[in-house]
Design a protein around this ligand. Structure first.
Ligand code: IDP
Ligand code: MG
Length: 225
């Protein structure tokens, strides 16, 4: 038994079926293991799908639960929706968002007439001091960006699929801002830019982009007293 087959067996044992060797007509299209003279164990369709995903180069994407998600107590609900994408969380934090961070994160919207209102919304100021925070996650996995965007739905909550997160929970507020509950990266380039902006390398449990070591002296840090 080759190593590849043993690995398949361990990883995909719940997606394997026993087949009659004669019925295959000798065309072994799925990874298989001989288990007797007459029987083979092979991956079913779901198993092949899972194996294809496992061998793809992983993508990274950043998801932000915006303040309206917190106002509406949607954290658990939203994270549960992303389970179906079968991705891994490799970074997570809660952030109080500054004006500077919003300007960098939404640099492509800086000159829009609605930018000030967007800042009020994204920083949580619209909802009061208790909600001036967002939850930020880095997810990893095959096709992470398109999978997450599909579950999130279109930018405009009125146009989004009603069962997507934005379609189900978003709205347009009185100032015309699309309060659409979550942010998610729209390409590998923006994921990289956003992860660099929001996270330090040691806040993510894997080294997903190149890092360098720097020695900082005379720099004040806060520690537990
Ligand atoms: P995205 O969030 O789907 O990537 P972007 O165009 O990057 O969409 O816009 C960032 C955010 O700015 C949106 O999620 C939404 O909250 C807000 N926004 C974008 N365009 C408009 C607009 O035309 N009117 C009001 N709000 C907008
Ligand atoms: Mg965007």
């Amino acid at each position: 038994m080759g190593n590849m087959f043993l690995e398949c067996f361990v990883k995909f044992y719940d997606k394997m079926v026993v087949g009659d060797l004669h019925h295959t007509g000798g065309n072994y299209i799925y990874p298989f293991i001989f288990i007797s003279n007459n029987h083979i164990l092979y991956l079913n369709r779901k198993g092949v799908q899972a194996m294809t995903e496992a061998t793809k180069k992983p993508q990274y994407t950043m998801i932000i639960l915006k303040p309206d998600a917190l106002v509406k107590s949607l954290t658990g609900n939203i994270l549960a929706r992303f389970l179906e994408a079968r991705l891994k969380i490799i970074g997570a934090k809660v952030v109080k968002v500054s004006r500077e961070l919003v300007e960098q994160h939404y640099a492509h919207l800086k000159d829009e007439p609605f930018f000030d209102d967007l800042y009020e919304y994204f920083s949580g100021k619209t909802y009061g001091p208790e909600y001036e925070r967002v939850l930020v996650f880095v997810y990893k996995g095959a096709d992470a960006i398109s999978k997450v965007r599909r579950i999130a739905g279109a930018t405009n909550p009125l146009e989004a699929d009603p069962i997507s997160i934005r379609g189900a929970y978003g709205r347009i507020n009185k100032k015309g801002i699309m309060e659409n509950v979550i942010h998610c990266s729209d390409s590998e380039e923006s994921a990289k830019r956003e992860i660099h902006l929001w996270f330090d390398p040691d806040e993510i449990i894997e080294e997903i982009y190149p890092t360098k070591k720097v020695i900082k002296s005379n720099c004040e840090v806060i520690e537990w007293a």
